[in-house]
Design a protein around this ligand. Sequence first.
Ligand SMILES: Cc1cc2nc3c(=O)[nH]c(=O)nc-3n(C[C@H](O)[C@H](O)[C@H](O)COP(=O)(O)O)c2cc1C
Ligand SMILES: O=C(O)C(=O)c1ccccc1
Length: 359
Amino acid sequence: MVLLEKTVDVSRVVQFEEWEKLAKENIDHNAFTYIQSGAGREETLRSNEEDFRKIKLIPRYLKDVSNVCLKTNILGETLPYPFMIAPVGMQGIAHRDGELATARAANALKVPFIASTVTTYSLEEIAAELPDTIKWFQLYWSGDWEITASFLHRAEKAGYSAIVVTVDTPLLGWREKDLTNGYSPLKVGKGAGNYFSDPVFLQRLKRSPQEDSTAAAEEMIKLVLEPKLTWDDIRFIREYTSLPIIIKGILHPEDAKQALNYGVDGIVVSNHGGRQLDGAISSIEALPAIVEEIQNKIPVLLDSGIRSGADAVKALTLGADAVCLGRPFVYGLAAAGQEGVSQVLQNFIQDLKVTKSLT
Ligand SMILES: Cc1cc2nc3c(=O)[nH]c(=O)nc-3n(C[C@H](O)[C@H](O)[C@H](O)COP(=O)(O)O)c2cc1C
Ligand SMILES: O=C(O)C(=O)c1ccccc1
């Protein structure tokens, strides 16, 4: 029997809310809720969008905008647009082809892709879909040094050109809706692409994932996040990789200063899309003080709440070098796979062009 997937024509889908609606209609309820929801009372999730609305643009005119340039430079590489794909794990919950579909769409538009540690597919399989664009690897720095070293080695070998260390997740946020649903994509093996293909991890197991996938997933969950880590542990990563290190999840100017003290190569101002500390400041509100602290010494990226070209322009104007897209592309993926991601990215690019021209 041939199963016909519902195909949606997304060529005229533009609004974030419309993508969100299509995603909701298209995928499992618990998976959708996992993607959409935030931690606690979702105050930070809401602030991320609301705080963009509080910032107003004051345009300047008569400045020949027949040829606006959207390019940006980060770590010595030129990006055609100031957009990147944020590291989002477990994309297999949104679409069968998961990160592979997203990577194909990003690659075609030369939008850089940040692969998560907890992807459905392995970092090598994802890298193979990204021959024409920048790829970075996001590390969930396991307390198991050997596995961490193995991931760093694999990422370097597969052609990733920077390591993004996420620091806002020493443990998972208090996500009330997922707790109510009893839903965890890791438990059902959707984030195991890298662990289940890792020689060091496989050695640790009594029974292989083929023999007992539930037990293997449980072993993996024990390893993914490590609450003991401190700034000094950054040195370990420095020792094990020659790639640039970018710290993701900075909200306090003092932590931006620490990043400089520890010699990291870039930061991402982020509250993890409101999924970690509820009550945390929005990324866009946190940005100016951090930019002030960094003084252009290293690139500053931002994510959490980017829904339009105007949001991107606000972040760029306040000093970000580029912004990362999270839920918008995930909804595109859930709505229509590679096509959906591609359409979301093209909308962002066109919207940014118009918005930049008008400012
Ligand atoms: C379903 C989902 C999974 C995510 N997984 C990761 C991850 O594995 N690693 C990481 O650093 N951030 C992860 N994030 C956070 C994103 O990288 C990004 O910070 C966030 O989505 C930005 O907020 P926005 O979606 O509201 O734009 C995830 C976000 C979502 C929605
Ligand atoms: O869902 C997330 O936001 C996320 O980053 C994550 C990280 C580790 C395990 C599960 C989810």
